[in-house]
Structure formats: C-alpha cells, structure tokens
Write a protein that binds this ligand. Structure first.
Ligand code: UD1
Ligand code: MG
Length: 453
C-alpha cells in the first residue's frame, strides 16, 4: 500500500490574532507543524503534501529538513477545499491520510490506527472530550453507525450534548477522495467547504465509515487560539515530565517543569521546581538541578549539583561540580571535574581544569585556567579591548586575589599568586607573587576630620 499524507496548514488562524501563521506557533519549542510532520513521517509515507496559504514561502525555509510537496491554497475556503488543492498531486492508487497542522500532540500509534481503519472505506479518529464546544461532533444513527459530522456553527440544539468529536485525522483511498470531494459545497453557516461533509456524502454512497476512538482524547486537541495553545503546551510538558520520571528522574512538581528539546539522563537525577531544559541536554547519574535553573544545550556529568537560579548554555560540566546559586555559564565553556562556581560568577568561552574554584562575583571570559587554581571574589578577566577579544591563560595552583583585573592577553604561570586589588597587564612567571596597587597611607585622626567635613 502506497501511503500519501496531506497536512492542512494554510491560514493565519484568525483566532490566534498573530502575524505568525498558526501552525508555526510552537509547542515544546518546536512549530506545531514540525511535530505533526515528525509524527506522520514515523509511518514512512511515500509522500507528504503540505497545504499552505499565500505565506507558503515563509514555511519552506523553516521546514527545509522535511522533504515535502508544498501545495498552495491561496484563499482559505475550508478544509475540504484545502484537500482538493492537493488532489491533483496524489497517486490515484494510493491511500491518503489527512491530518491537521494545528493538532500537534497526536502520536504515531493513533495515526497508524486511522490508516488501518481507512484501508476499507473511511478511517476517522474521534474522541470523547470533556468540553466539546467549538468542535465538529460525530453524529451516529440509532444503530451507532457514524452518519455525519456537524460543525459547531451548524449544530442543532439536540446535538449540543454529543461529546464525541472529530479529530480531523482521516484516511481513505485517493479514489474515494476524488469521488467525494468535488461534490462538497459550502452550504453551511461559515460558507466554507468542509472536509467533514465528506462523511455524510460517503455514507450516502454506501462507503463504510470506520470511526476509531483515540485512547487519550488529549492527543487530538487542536489549537485555534492562544488559550488552547497554552493548554496543549502544558499537556505536552506533563507527558515529557512523566517520561523523565519513568526514566529515573525526580521532578519536584511536573506542572512546573518545561523541556523544549531532548534530554538524556542517568539514574537518580533530580529537578526542583521551575527548571527549563532547552536543546540537547545530557545528564549523568545523580545530577541535582535546583529551582529556577535554565540548561540549554549542556552536558553535565554525574554527581554535579547545579544550585538554584543558575543559567548554563552551550557548555560541558564535569563530575562532582557545584555551580551556583545565581551562576551564569555561557557558550564555549568547559568545566572539568570538581569545579566550584559560586554566586554571581559569569564564565564565557573558558576552560576550567579540575578543582578550580571561583566562589563569588567573578567574570572569566576567553580564559584557560589550570587545575586547583583559586579565583577570588570580584576577580575579572579584561578580555575585550573595545575591538578584539584576548585570552587569559592561568596555570595550575594559581591564587588570584580578590578584585584583581587580569588584562588580556595575559599568561600567569603555575603556582603564581596575584595580590588582591591588582591590575595585571604583564605576564607572571611560575611561583611569582605580583602586587600591583598603591601603598596604603594612614592619616592619624583623619577619621574625625572626615566626619566634620
Ligand atoms: C476542524 C474540523 C472540526 C474538528 C476540529 C479538530 C472542519 C470543517 N472542522 O475545525 O470538525 O473537530 O478541526 O481540531 O474540518 N486549513 C487549511 N485551509 C483552510 C482551512 C483550514 O489548510 O481553508 C487548515 C488549518 O491551517 C488547520 C486545519 O486546516 O490546521 C483545521 O482548520 P481549523 O480552522 O483549525 O478548523 P477547526 O475549526 O479547528
Ligand atoms: Mg483547528
């Protein structure tokens, strides 16, 4: 069986009130359309057709990773009209699967059930939902067979209580689509050509309608406005949190956890409230993430503690480190094992060897720091001269006194010490102590005079 998928993605989605096309709004950090395409691709269709509106060019750049046939629907005259636009591109012998681009939570297993149900007649995914208002309702006859779908705008009062809804996921032969779609007319309250009217047409032609209920109604929730977008986002995040918990991660409150990327973890990691993970995050065993931390594209090895309010981005962190609270680790940073980074320390594009400590208020940019070196409070690398960035190389076992300014390019060799408050602009050799600050002056009785000023 040759399977061809049609994804309906045209239009801004007037209820979103946005300049961004609806299906480009994100769930879990990815456009809804990306999620839908990933799901249908799991079925390895022969071809995927995506129906887009006039803004189709914006799409193609976002989705160049997907090999799809872009179909233009210049006016959004309804879901039936949208499928009609793709019809000429479909192989007459194929089976078609129609999915809506605003339904991002659907799982491959559910779409597969629809395709199986559509091998003979029309397969249709329905769901029983707690709040069916606004959705197309499944109308069944007294024998329980599906007769039609009625949209909210066209609903009769006695149909309002129907709680079985149309998901929009439908599969049938291209032959049935070619036969039925051209018959659909815009005879409804919205003046649109509804794909959903195909059901009543097919029934009148004796085509079997095989309705399959989604196992979890949340999978088929569509997004028409930002309230629904937020609802769908929370469901998505809940599922991800549950997945991580099943893989051995403790999450203090799954309703205050967000992941917009992919996470791999060892055992016994824990995340306090309001943790946000983005991009590719890899954690070893027993990594503890405190509340309000953001980790974006990071690898953290086992037994490291990231304390609250820390942000780490594009960085690699070794084992047994302690970072934060309130630390900021910026791109290009590598921390080896046993590194200690305390509050208000910013590190950018720097490599810290094992045992380095920077416990308070420091800035380390474009630096290479040797094992067991101590960076005092308030020490900074002056890495930028207004034009270019320069590197600071510090050896093993160096002591950088508090409030030192290390003016790059600069090398401080192993075992050296820099006295507190020094501005160092010339290289320091092994085991030297450098003091670069004015001598202290004492004025006897000066305190009284100062206060009388
Ligand atoms: C649609 C269904 C409804 C179902 C609900 C499930 C119809 C008539 N109604 O309603 O039965 O319960 O989805 O979420 O199908 N689109 C186009 N071209 C168009 C119109 C829409 O490509 O001319 C695309 C949209 O981008 C969207 C999808 O089709 O991704 C569905 O359209 P939407 O306007 O969201 O329909 P609903 O009102 O949600
Ligand atoms: Mg919709």
């Amino acid at each position: 069986m040759r399977l061809e998928v049609i994804v309906l993605a045209a239009g801004q989605g007037t209820r979103m009130k946005s300049r961004t096309p609806k299906v480009l709004h994100t769930v879990g950090g990815k456009p809804m359309l990306t999620r839908v395409l990933e799901t249908v691709n799991a079925l390895t269709p022969a071809r995927a057709h995506v129906v887009v509106g006039e803004n189709g060019d914006d799409f193609q750049s976002v989705f160049d990773e997907f090999d799809v046939n872009w179909v233009r629907q210049s006016e959004q005259l309804g879901t039936g009209h949208a499928v009609l636009q793709a019809l000429p591109d479909l192989d007459a012998e194929a089976q078609a699967l129609v999915v809506y681009g605003d339904c991002p939570l659907v799982k491959p297993s559910t779409v597969k059930r629809c395709v199986a149900a559509g091998q003979d007649g029309v397969g249709l995914i329905t769901a029983v939902v707690p709040d069916p208002f606004g959705l197309g309702r499944i109308v069944r006859n007294t024998a329980g067979q599906v007769e039609s779908i009625v949209e909210q705008a066209d609903i009769a009062p006695e149909q309002c209580d129907i709680d079985e809804i149309n998901s929009g996921i439908l599969s049938t032969s291209v032959g049935v689509l070619r036969e039925q779609l051209p018959r659909l007319i815009a005879n409804n309250a919205q003046g649109e050509i509804y794909l959903t009217d195909l059901i009543a047409e097919a029934v009148s032609d004796g085509v079997a309608i095989n309705a399959v209920k989604a196992l979890d109604y949340r999978e088929v929730l569509g997004v028409n406005d930002r309230v629904q977008l937020a609802k769908v986002e929370r469901i998505f995040q809940r599922w991800q949190a549950e997945d991580l918990m099943k893989r051995g991660v403790s999450i203090a409150d799954p309703s205050r956890f967000d992941c917009r990327g992919t996470v791999t973890t060892g055992l016994d990691c824990s995340m306090d409230i309001n943790v946000l993970l983005e991009g590719d995050v890899e954690l070893g065993d027993n990594v503890q993430i405190g509340s309000n931390c953001i980790l974006r594209n990071v690898q953290i090895a086992s037994n490291t503690i990231v304390k609250e309010n820390t942000v780490i981005e594009d960085a690699t962190v070794g084992r047994d480190c302690s970072i934060g609270p309130f630390a900021r680790i910026r791109p290009g940073t590598t921390l080896d094992d046993n590194v200690g980074i305390g509050n208000f320390v910013e590190i950018k594009n720097s490599q810290l060897a094992s045992g380095v400590k920077a416990a308070h208020l420091a800035y380390l940019g474009d630096a290479e720091i040797g094992a067991d070196t101590n960076i005092g409070a308030g020490a900074i690398t002056c890495n930028y001269d207004g034009r270019n960035k320069h590197r600071t190389i510090i050896g093993d076992n160096v002591f950088i006194g508090s409030n030192s300014s290390l003016i790059a390019p600069l090398t401080i060799e192993a075992g050296a010490a820099v006295a507190a408050g020094s501005s160092i602009s010339r290289n320091v050799s092994t085991d030297e102590l450098v003091i670069e600050r004015a001598d202290q002056r004492t004025v006897k009785g000066g305190g009284t005079r100062f206060r009388r000023r």
